[in-house]
Design a binder for this molecule. Structure first.
Ligand SMILES: [Zn+2]
Ligand SMILES: [Zn+2]
Ligand SMILES: [Zn+2]
Length: 264
C-alpha cells in the first residue's frame, strides 16, 4: 500500500488574484471566503506513518502567504507546470525551507521552464557558496515524458497546450492536476483516464485565447470522467456559490484551503 495522499488548494485564482486590485465587482467585494482566490497552486502531502512529505506544484506570487496559512513546515520537492509569472514568482520565498537542511530542494520542470527559472532566480541554482543573505538552494531537474518518482509515488508529466504554449500537468495515483490548459492531445487524455480527482483550469464563461472557459472545462471533465472534478484558476467573473450551483454533479469549483484525500 502506498502512502496516504492529500491535496490542499493553496490558491485557485487567476493571475491577478481575487479580489483584483481596484475592482469593485461583487466577487471582489464578496463576504464568501471562497471568493477570495490567491494565485493558483496546490500542496500534495504524502504521509507514510510518521513521515510526511510536502510537494508544492508552482510557487505563486502568494507562496509566502499560502505557506503560512497552510502551516506546512517542510518542503520536499517543487514541481512546475510552466514559467508564467503567476506560477513562479514566489520562488524566492521558499528560502526558510532551506534553513536547517544541507541538501538542495529538488525543483522539477520542463527544460524551457527551468531556463526561465534560472534566468529569473539564478542565485537559487548556483553551485557556489552564497553571500550572507539567505537564498533558496534548489536543484534543477528537467522533466520529459517519464514519471518522476517522489517518496514512493510516481508523478507522471502530462503534456498539454496553454494556447500555443506547451506546459505540464501532473498525474499522481488516482489524482491529476492540470491548469492553464486549452488543448489536450489524445495521449494526454488517455493518461488522464480512470481518475478519482482531476483539477482543471477554468477561467471564466466567455472565451479566452489561452485559457479554458467553464464550459470547455466541463466538456473535458465529462469526456475524461473523473469521479470528482475541481476547477481552478478562476477570475472574478465566477462567484463561487452561484457558479457551483450550475455545474453538473461530480464537478465543482476549487477554493483556497480546500483539502481532499485521494488514493495513490
Ligand atoms: Zn496561470
Ligand atoms: Zn472584481
Ligand atoms: Zn499560464
Amino acid at each position: 500500500m502506498g502512502p496516504a495522499c492529500s491535496i490542499e488548494v493553496l490558491g485557485s485564482g487567476t493571475s491577478v488574484g481575487i479580489p483584483t486590485i481596484g475592482c469593485r465587482c461583487r466577487v471582489c467585494g464578496s463576504d464568501d471566503p471562497r471568493d477570495s482566490r490567491l494565485r493558483t497552486s496546490i500542496l500534495v502531502q504524502l504521509s507514510d506513518g510518521a513521515d510526511q512529505r510536502n510537494i508544492v506544484i508552482d510557487t505563486s506570487p502568494d507562496f509566502r502567504q499560502q505557506a503560512l496559512r497552510s502551516g506546512f513546515r517542510r518542503l520536499d520537492a517543487l514541481l512546475f507546470t510552466h514559467d508564467h509569472a503567476d506560477h513562479i514568482m514566489g520562488l524566492d520565498d521558499v528560502r526558510p525551507f532551506n534553513y536547517g537542511r544541507r541538501d538542495r530542494i529538488p525543483a522539477y520542470a520542463s527544460p524551457s521552464t527551468l531556463k526561465s527559472l534560472r534566468r529569473v532566480f539564478p542565485y537559487a541554482f548556483s553551485g557556489q557558496a552564497t553571500h550572507a543573505g539567505g537564498v533558496p538552494r534548489l536543484e534543477a531537474i528537467p522533466v520529459g515524458h517519464r514519471p518522476i518518482r517522489l517518496f514512493g509515488v510516481d508523478f507522471l508529466p502530462i503534456h498539454v497546450l496553454h494556447g500555443r504554449k506547451p506546459i505540464l500537468g501532473f498525474r499522481f495515483g488516482a489524482a491529476a492536476y492540470v491548469t492553464d490548459q486549452t488543448v489536450l492531445s489524445p495521449e494526454a487524455k488517455a493518461q488522464l483516464s480512470g481518475l478519482d480527482v482531476l483539477f482543471l483550469g477554468a477561467l471564466r464563461h466567455h472565451p479566452h485565447p489561452t485559457h479554458s472557459t467553464v464550459g470547455e472545462a466541463v466538456a473535458l471533465a465529462a469526456e475524461l470522467r473523473p469521479r470528482r472534478a475541481f476547477f481552478t484558476h478562476m477570475c472574478h467573473e465566477l462567484p463561487h456559490a452561484a457558479t457551483v450551483r450550475e455545474l453538473p454533479s461530480g464537478m465543482t469549483l476549487a477554493y483556497d484551503g480546500l483539502r481532499i484525500t485521494v488514493g495513490v
